[in-house]
Design a protein around this ligand. Sequence first.
Ligand code: AMP
Ligand code: ZN
Length: 116
Amino acid sequence: MTTHLDCIFCKIVASQIPSRKAYEDDELLVFHDINPTAPVHLLVVPKEHFENLISAKPDHAALLGRMQLLAPRLAAENGAANGFRTVINNGPDGRQEVYHLHMHIMGGAHPWKRMG
Ligand code: AMP
Ligand code: ZN
């Protein structure tokens, strides 16, 4: 598995930086966003380091599918009972800040009101 020494999400995956974990399996770690923009704001992070969908490979298809299919369960378990948004930011124009692919899950009452 590729780990980038300077990558904050690789450090969270390696438990070198703490996070509020919501779910973990062999391929994925899910934790609460440190700066939430919705009442429920989770980040679904592959343990493998790759930057974003621009650099994703066909081999990542199953992983990316699993991330989406996990979202309803994670949202419901964490209090977003009435729907949610999923967002993946890609590259500068996609306003990506952390260059380790991750999917936001945002739910709770009116999550869109605070989205930029
Ligand atoms: P983006 O790359 O634009 O999709 O955004 C990265 C997200 O990671 C932002 O919503 C940050 O609040 C979040 N974030 C950055 N550092 C941490 C951290 N140490 N723990 C949890 N969330 C983080
Ligand atoms: Zn990384």
